[in-house]
Structures are given as C-alpha cells and as structure tokens.
Design a protein around this ligand. Structure first.
Ligand SMILES: Cc1ncc(C[n+]2csc(CCOP(=O)(O)OP(=O)(O)O)c2C)c(N)n1
Ligand SMILES: [Mg+2]
Length: 328
C-alpha cells in the first residue's frame, strides 16, 4: 500500500495534537482546572492516528473511558473538548458530560464511554445501521485489552461476524486493566487470537508504529467497505501514566516503563519522516508550532467560557432523538 506524503504529514500532525492535548490535560488537571476523572492516552497516539487516517467523516467510531486520543484523531474540536473537560457551558456536552462522554455526531464520534465493554455493542448497532441503509460506511470500535474479557466482546464479535458487519474492532493492548497486567487477567498473549473463535481475521501489530497500524487498518477498512465483514486488529502499545490521573501506577515495573518510553511513537515517526525525506526538520517544526497554537487557543477558550447556568441542570436529560419522537 502506498501512503501519500499528505497522509503521512497528517498522521504526524494528529499524533502531536493528541500528545499536546493530553500533556496539557495532565498539567491542567494537576492545577485543579479539570474536575472529575481523567484517563490519559499518552504513549498510545499511534493507534488512534493510524486507524482514523483511514476513515471518512461519515464513518463511525466508538470510544472508551480513555477517549481523548480517539476523538482528536477523528477530527474532534480541541476547543469544545477542552471546555468539556473544564465543565464549561461551551463544551461538547454543555459541561455536563466531562472527559468520558464526549460525542460529535457530525464527525461520526458516537461517544466516549465510562462503561468498559459498552462500545462493542454500540459498534454493532452502527455497523448494522450502515449495512441496512446500504451505505459503505464503516465503524471502528476502540477498546482496551481488559475489555475483551467482558461478555459484550463475545456477543458483539459473534453477531458482527455472522452478519458480516462493516466493523473494525481495534484492541489497544496497553498491557493493563487498571492495575492488573495482561498476564494476570487473561491466559493468552495475543488478543488477536480471539478472532479465530468468530471466524474473522485476527491481526496483531506494533501499536507504536503508526505506519504499521495504518497499513493493517487500511486493509481492514477496505474489507469492511466491500461487505466482507469485521476484522479484529490488536495494536500492542503501552499506557505511560497511571490508570487515571492520581494513580501513581506503582504496580508497573520500572524496567518495563523505561523500555516502552524508548519506543515512543512520535520520535520514531519523526525519524522515519526525516530519513525518508518525506518532511524536512523545518516542516516538522512548523507542524509542532501549529499544534502549540491550536492548544493555546483551546485552553484560552476553555478558560474564558462561562460555567453552565444552574437552571440548565435539568435540561438535556433525554437525548434529542427521544424528544424528536415525542414531538411527533
Ligand atoms: C462494566 C465496567 N466494569 C468495570 C469498570 C471499572 N473499570 C474502568 S476502566 C477498567 C479497566 C479497563 O482496562 P482496558 O479495557 O484494558 O482499558 P485501558 O484502561 O487499559 O485503556 C475498569 C475495570 C467499568 N468502568 N465498567
Ligand atoms: Mg488496557
């Protein structure tokens, strides 16, 4: 597969955007600007980026409690995201959802989700809807290694396989479910092996190599668009931080952390771009600056936005779809 220069540049931009968003979210949380729980995607940027580069705006994604990276990679607005993390009225959910409930229907972002394993069934619904309507849209379902022990994983992959739904199940294997290492929570090494149980391809790739992720995802997306059914794509990566901000992650061995830090996906991709003369050092510096400016603007927007008005607390309790149906 030939990846264009434009696509590679775009992938670099998206990875740096996620890194910058998450680094800022980390420090703003520590400064007390962000209430609630925050689960950071630092270190896992190549997964969401390599996959979302293959998608169109009208394709769907489902996300997780660690969703910022998915939303940024799918084109979510940094200003509305940051305002939502702050709990401001201008945020994606008018400040009432926070980090784990960001959604954007115009971008096909069906929502971050605090329930582990809940995105799997939503993806089946989205895939079935695309198939029923006869479009060639696909749905990417992002989820963690530990969520593959949930019953919903089995139910969803089984149904998606028998109905040949256009879904790419992307497992972000970051080696932990909270404090439980993969070796302690499941008896297999490769989550991709589970694909065989459903008669679908199960593919494992280096999740810190954005080009490898992108190549495998492009194949899976092409299969799904052609009506050939779902793929299980396991991306092996690592969660740099604790499970959530506030968890020091002392259960992660020091040597393990150091080994993974050396596999940081961003400098790796930068070296690739320079060595293959795809971008110059100046072009890369300009992209880095562009992202810094975008983030400064997003933080200014969040800082200056108002808190939600007290009377809005009882508004938007039901989805607008329910309200639309009621109004008929
Ligand atoms: C149904 C359900 N059970 C338990 C939890 C508590 N919980 C939150 S995140 C998490 C671990 C998720 O691990 P994984 O799926 O590997 O995702 P990661 O955090 O590593 O990205 C658990 C058990 C939950 N939110 N929902
Ligand atoms: Mg995990």
């Amino acid at each position: 597969m030939k990846v264009s220069k434009e696509a590679m540049k775009d992938m670099y931009l998206r990875m740096v955007r996620i890194r910058e968003f998450e680094s800022k979210a980390q420090s703003l949380f520590a400064d007390g600007k962000i209430p609630g729980f925050v689960h950071l995607y630092l270190g896992e940027e190549a997964v969401a980026t390599g996959v979302c580069e293959c998608l169109r705006d009208d394709d769907y994604i489902t996300s997780t409690h660690r969703g910022h990276g998915h939303i940024v990679a799918k084109g979510g607005d940094l200003k509305f995201m940051m305002a939502e993390l702050y709990g401001k009225a201008t945020g994606y959910c008018k400040g009432k959802g926070g980090s784990m409930h960001i959604a954007d229907r115009d971008k096909g972002i069906l929502g971050a989700n605090g329930i582990v394993g809940a995105g799997h069934n939503i993806a089946v619904g989205a895939g079935l809807s695309a198939q029923y309507r006869g479009t060639d849209q696909v749905c990417v379902c992002f989820f963690g290694d530990a969520s593959t022990n949930q019953g919903t994983f089995h139910e969803s992959l089984n149904m998606a396989a028998i109905w040949k739904l256009p879904i790419i199940f992307v497992c972000e294997n970051n080696n932990y479910g909270i404090s439980m290492s993969q070796a302690r929570h499941q008896a297999i090494k490769d989550v991709a092996d589970r694909g065989a149980a459903y008669g679908i391809p199960g593919i494992a790739v280096d999740g810190n190599d954005v080009m490898a992720v992108n190549e495998a995802a492009a194949e899976a997306v092409a299969r799904a668009r052609k009506g050939q059914g779902p793929t299980l794509l396991e991306c092996k990566t690592y969660r740099w931080r604790g499970h959530f901000e506030g968890d020091p992650g002392n259960y992660k061995p020091k040597e393990e952390q150091e080994a993974w830090l050396k596999k940081d996906p961003i400098p790796r991709f930068k070296t690739f771009l320079l060595e293959n003369k795809i971008l110059t050092a100046e072009e890369i510096a300009a992209l880095d600056q562009q992202v810094k400016d975008e983030m400064a603007e997003a933080i200014r927007f969040a800082d200056e936005s108002p808190d939600p008005a007290v009377e809005t607390v009882v508004q938007d309790i039901y989805s607008d779809i329910v309200e639309e149906v009621r109004a008929r």
